[in-house]
Design a binder for this molecule. Structure first.
Ligand code: PLP
Length: 225
């Protein structure tokens, strides 16, 4: 068995029921995606629009593509016809722009609201209070072509696993609060996207439903995009 096949099998076996594995294929060639696909993997993640678009064109059309990178409004149009879920919505403006592009294709795009809980300033996302402010304002309720499916977040890049756990727990509590206050009647609001190769086990313990694994499946990335 190839290393990719072995890794897919291992993750699929070890993740609890209800936790979806997203294979993050950024920087890896489409042959690697194909190999994972041939093992039954269907959810893949990319963080650059152009790279996503090239892979989408070349690969089987039943792949569910997750966009997990920072997104500019002018790039939405390239993936609006096919993207399965956008994890990185960090403003009302972006949410409205996604809605508009989805409308042009007569479809509904799944989105997650990205929350910022990590220490680093470089990580994107809404601060907790900004998120509640946006939901309280209510404008999102009129957007027919986006489905808000939950939240996404990242922990700080640190070896301190106590801190990582505290941050994932924070994301879970933010999800719970949003659920109770705004999405209690919406079954589709159920996803918590958190956990990468180095910290996914903790993320799952804290309630993750979508883990985003790159290195752990495809091997070492030699450059960071
Ligand atoms: C690259 C990336 C991942 C995957 O990280 P690995 O450490 O390779 O598992 C997960 N989430 C986001 C947002 C990423 O950019």
């Amino acid at each position: 068995m190839s290393p990719i096949a072995e890794a897919i099998e291992e993750y699929s076996k070890n993740l609890p029921k209800g936790v979806e594995l997203i294979a993050v294929s950024k920087t890896f060639p489409k042959e690697d995606v194909e190999e994972a696909y041939n093992c039954g993997q269907r959810h893949f993640g990319e963080n650059k629009v152009q790279e996503l678009d090239e892979k989408y064109e070349a690969l089987p059309k039943d792949i569910k593509w997750h966009f997990i990178g920072h997104l500019q409004t002018n790039k939405i149009k390239y993936m609006a016809s096919y993207v399965y879920m956008i994890h990185s919505v960090d403003s009302l403006k972006l949410l409205q722009a996604i809605n508009k592009e989805a409308q042009k294709h007569n479809r509904v795009i799944n989105v997650l609201l990205q929350v910022h809980v990590a220490q680093e300033e470089t990580k994107f996302g809404l601060l907790e209070e900004e998120l509640y402010g946006m939901l309280a304002e209510g404008c999102w309720r009129n957007l027919q072509n986006v489905e808000i499916c939950g939240v996404m977040g990242m922990a700080s890049f640190t070896d301190d696993m106590i801190q990582v756990r505290a941050e994932f727990s924070k994301i879970k509590s933010i999800f719970d609060k949003c659920k109770v206050e705004y999405f209690n009647d919406k079954d589709s609001f159920k996803e918590i996207s958190m956990g990468m190769t180095g910290d996914y086990k903790i993320a799952v313990e804290c309630g993750s439903t979508l883990v985003r694994i790159g290195n752990g499946i495809f091997g070492k990335r030699y450059y960071q995009m």
